[in-house]
Write a protein that binds this ligand. Structure first.
Ligand SMILES: [Mn+2]
Length: 228
């Protein structure tokens, strides 16, 4: 394996900045804040703690708006019981971070709690399927099967992950149609989600390096459901 040390070092830093940002925003987020206010705080944190730029426009969606997988933060206020999905990343040393966490602000409904647990199980299954030489579509299937088995298959409307480097979306693509296989040295995301129109959504995303023997997860943030 020819190690691109510059990539590994900088993408690790970008992921660590994302973790620090998540810890920060957990202390800020509350009932009554607007989605856009949360996204603006995330952006300001990333750009004042070593981020050279945003890797992509920050997503913060809450409650029923969380059923938009790539929704734009709005003026909607966060309500008690909402799941809030935050997807963000900064560029550090020219390389992109990309992580997503979904938290509950106030006690979530039993249904959304179940949705969270299913997404988390799918995310673990996807991560467990990562390995050098593994087929990208098999990684997608590992995550997708968990969601389908729980009865939410129709609500998983995007691929399981993508490569990350100097671009936030680059090869390989981890979806049902992918013909690629994973190679040591690649950085990829695993980000399953469930999106129920009119009700809400959940996505959990980590960024991992494929090594010669397995993976290293660069994102250390808590994944059990956090109730703020
Ligand atoms: Mn992503």
């Amino acid at each position: 394996m020819k190690v691109n040390l510059e990539k590994i070092v900088n993408i690790t830093k970008a992921a660590a900045l994302g973790d620090a940002c998540f810890t920060y925003i957990l202390g800020e987020i509350n009932v009554g804040m607007r989605e856009k206010e949360v996204a603006d705080l995330i952006d300001a944190y990333l750009l004042s703690h070593g981020g050279e730029a945003l890797a992509f426009p920050t997503i913060c969606v809450s409650g029923a708006c969380g059923s938009e997988p790539h929704g734009v933060p709005s003026e909607k206020k966060i309500e008690s019981g909402d799941l809030v999905t935050m997807d963000f990343g900064a560029v550090v040393g020219g390389y992109c971070g990309d992580m997503t966490r979904t938290v509950a602000v106030g006690k979530p409904s039993a249904e959304m709690k179940k949705v969270y647990e299913v997404v988390l199980a799918a995310q673990f299954a996807g991560i467990a399927a990562l390995a050098p030489g593994a087929k990208c579509k098999a990684v997608d299937a590992a995550a997708r099967d968990v969601i389908a088995a729980a009865g939410y298959g129709e609500y998983y409307v995007h691929g399981t992950g993508h490569g990350v480097g100097q671009e936030v979306h680059e090869a390989p693509t981890l979806n049902p149609k992918s013909k690629e296989s994973l190679k040591a040295g690649q950085a990829v995301t695993v980000e399953p989600g469930i999106y129920i129109p009119g009700t809400g959504g959940c996505r959990i995303e980590d960024l991992l390096i494929i090594t010669e023997t397995g993976t290293v997860n660069l994102v250390a943030s808590e994944k059990q459901l956090i109730v703020v």
